[in-house]
Design a protein around this ligand. Structure first.
Ligand SMILES: *Cc1c(COP(=O)(O)O)cnc(C)c1O
Length: 549
């Protein structure tokens, strides 16, 4: 299906050929319409017609007359293009968006990018003169959209990557049109960010003092912010200033993470000068959760050696198996030793909403900081992370640096978002997050989490019932870790080869990992339209891919 000429694509959409749903079926396949999953309330409104594909949007009174020419976008000055009709071309862009989303489920989940397409994408020259907007859309439709990563498809189970929520998709151009810097100031972006951050904290039951968090590019950046706050708090508590002095002349600061902790924790510690050798690997139990007794011993040993334990990072949903560390017990240890307690809930914090899951998360609300990614389970279009802070002042102490050209005498007590992290010019991430959360509502978000965690449990049950599969970890969130076991030996090599072979077949997408010293397969469920039937397809695809290996 790559390199489709737009008219061929139309033909394909309309043609009732085998495996090609008819146009009205595709329409019905618009996100959440024919595959009524949770998390897509009122999807009919936002089906293809809601996105304007049937053209009804263009009939709105005045939409045409008021077009862009009059609004000045088509100006002939440098940077503007005479005769540009953003209203009309924008309508085309929306059609393409809706068509793309509607067609996704009938397409291969993923396919390798053919050489010619890769060359076009990767080796272009900057055009000498500007090109018409319509041509750009033609290129996007024919040469970009046919090569997705796969995460929009209901049978994409790789890593932790969700499909985009349609409400988030819808407002992305509006954020770009407003194009503020949300560093701070008195305009819509920073104000809306206050609401959205509070919503996120409330949703997962994290305490939220005014200003207790900010949106980031993702959890990696959120983690840098949280650990920088932790580092500065520890230094100030010891009577010195890490920003002023740097770390070199002081006893090493020590941080504790399990081997299941995300790589972003290590990257942040390295970036902040903690040093990889000062990040301790705490052992895990048989469920891949932190062994808290071992944590205590390690802290005691480090203290005895004159080092400075300053932070323990627990996971609320690991990437490998979705494990949630015993957060309450870790909170106890952190409190005893005066350590900063960080929780990586980038993927899994939302899992607290699943029916019966709350006890697994007890203690998350006691953390000093929580990283949570709206662009994971919530489906906010990439990128949007969030750092939540029990004491926002700790982040401000780590980052605030206001030069004279940025002093804002009208700012409130919280100041600017830019004082709480490394970014100065900040995009309007709040709009797509606000739209996604508003569209789903608390009930829709809970349904999405319930549905996807249910899929993970169902797959685990299917795996346990099958003689040729083996479950490798308990299911706590929406990840199932398992392996194929069609024979007694050579299983590591086999399971290592399976993900690539499954991906290449195009019917499902799964990725692998190492878990407890064994090669594992893992499936992560985030798509509201994934069904139990898709789980059966996944297991069959693994069997077929493994045949003859
Ligand atoms: C995705 C993820 C991260 C990293 O977040 P980014 O948004 O990719 O920067 C950290 N921890 C977990 C558990 C994740 O799933």
């Amino acid at each position: 299906m790559d390199e489709l000429h737009p008219t061929e694509f139309h033909a394909n959409l309309d043609g009732p050929g085998p495996n090609q749903p008819r146009a009205n079926e595709l329409r019905a396949n618009a996100p959440g319409v024919s595959r009524p999953g949770p998390g897509r309330p009122g999807a009919e409104e936002l089906g293809v017609s809601g996105l304007g594909v049937d053209g009804s949007g263009a009939e709105e009174p005045g939409a045409d007359e008021q077009g862009v020419g009059e609004l000045g976008v088509g100006g002939s000055g440098p940077g503007g293009r005479t005769g540009t009709d953003l209203g009309r071309v924008g309508g085309r862009a929306v059609e393409i968006v809706a068509e793309h989303l509607a067609a996704l489920p009938a397409r291969p989940v993923w396919q390798p990018v053919p050489d010619a397409a890769r060359a076009w994408l990767g080796e272009q020259d900057l055009p000498e003169t500007g090109r018409p907007l319509d041509d750009l859309l033609d290129d996007v439709r024919a040469r970009v959209l046919p090569h997705p990563m796969g995460n929009g498809h209901p049978r994409f189970f790789g890593w932790v990557n969700s499909p985009p929520n349609p409400a988030g998709v819808l407002v992305e151009p509006l954020a770009a049109a407003l194009n503020p810097s949300c560093a701070g100031g008195d305009h819509a972006g920073p104000h809306l960010e206050r609401s959205v951050v509070r919503w996120l904290a409330d949703l997962v039951g994290f305490p939220h003092p005014p200003g207790g968090g900010l949106l980031t590019s993702g959890a990696s950046m959120a983690t840098v912010i949280c650990l920088a706050a932790a580092r500065q708090r520890a230094a100030l508590a010891d009577g010195w200033d890490a920003r002023e002095e740097g770390l070199s002349a002081r006893p090493p600061m020590i941080m504790y993470v399990t081997e299941e902790g995300h790589s972003c924790l290590h990257k942040a510690a390295q970036l902040l000068g903690i040093g990889a050798r000062n990040v301790r690997t705490v052992p895990v139990d048989g469920s891949y959760r932190m062994d808290v007794a071992a944590l205590r011993e390690m802290i005691a040993a480090d203290r005895a050696a004159g080092l400075r334990p300053f932070c323990v990072a627990g996971s609320a949903g690991t990437v490998n198996s979705g494990a949630v560390d015993p957060l309450g017990e870790i909170a106890d240890v952190a409190a005893e030793h005066g350590l900063w307690f960080h929780v990586d809930g980038a993927y899994g914090a939302l899992g607290v909403l699943a029916d019966g899951a709350a006890p697994h998360y007890a203690g998350m609300e006691r953390a000093d900081s929580l990283a949570l990614d709206p662009h994971k389970w919530l489906g906010v279009p990439v990128g949007c992370g969030c750092a939540l802070l029990r004491d926002p002042g700790a982040a401000r102490a780590a980052f605030s640096l206001v030069p004279s050209y940025l002093v804002d005498d009208n700012a409130d007590d919280l100041g600017w978002f830019a004082e709480y992290g490394p970014e100065q010019t900040r995009p309007f991430r709040a709009l797509k997050t606000w739209a996604t959360m508003s569209y789903l509502g608390r009930a829709g978000i809970t349904r999405l989490v319930d549905h996807t965690t249910g899929l993970a449990r169902t797959l685990a049950a299917m795996v346990e019932q099958a003689l040729d599969f083996e479950l490798l970890a308990p299911v706590t969130t929406s990840i199932t870790a398992f392996r194929h076991r069609p024979r007694p030996d050579g299983l590591d090599a086999l399971n290592r080869a399976i993900p690539g072979a499954v991906q290449a077949r195009g019917n499902a997408f799964i990725t692998g990992t190492r878990l407890g010293g064994r090669e594992a397969l893992r499936a992560c469920f985030l798509h509201p339209d994934t069904t139990e039937r898709d789980l059966a397809v996944l297991l069959e695809e693994i069997r077929l891919a493994a045949k003859g290996m």
